[in-house]
Ligand binder design. Structure first.
Ligand SMILES: [Zn+2]
Ligand SMILES: [Zn+2]
Length: 80
């Protein structure tokens, strides 16, 4: 393995979903960062990693990728 070279290929996407679209599937899911359930009132938009399928609050995701643009759960580089 050549360090660094594979990062582009391994890059994941984080896609935005509306709570209503993701529901009811989202009701059983917790945020990959804070392990809290999502709620329609406070989380109209939810973000999901394309690789590990983890869901995140937008604020949690922003905090987690502020320094290092990697998925908080699977640690793959995020292709924004
Ligand atoms: Zn969260
Ligand atoms: Zn991930």
């Amino acid at each position: 393995m050549e360090a660094g070279e594979d990062d582009e290929d391994n890059a994941v996407r984080v896609t935005k979903k509306l709570f209503q679209e993701a529901s009811p599937e989202i009701l059983d899911e917790v945020c990959g960062v804070c392990s809290t359930l999502f709620e329609a009132a406070t989380d109209p938009e939810i973000y999901q990693c394309s690789a590990c399928k983890s869901f995140f609050h937008i604020n949690c995701l922003n905090d987690a990728i502020l320094d290092e643009k990697r998925c908080p759960t699977c640690k793959r580089p995020i292709n924004l």
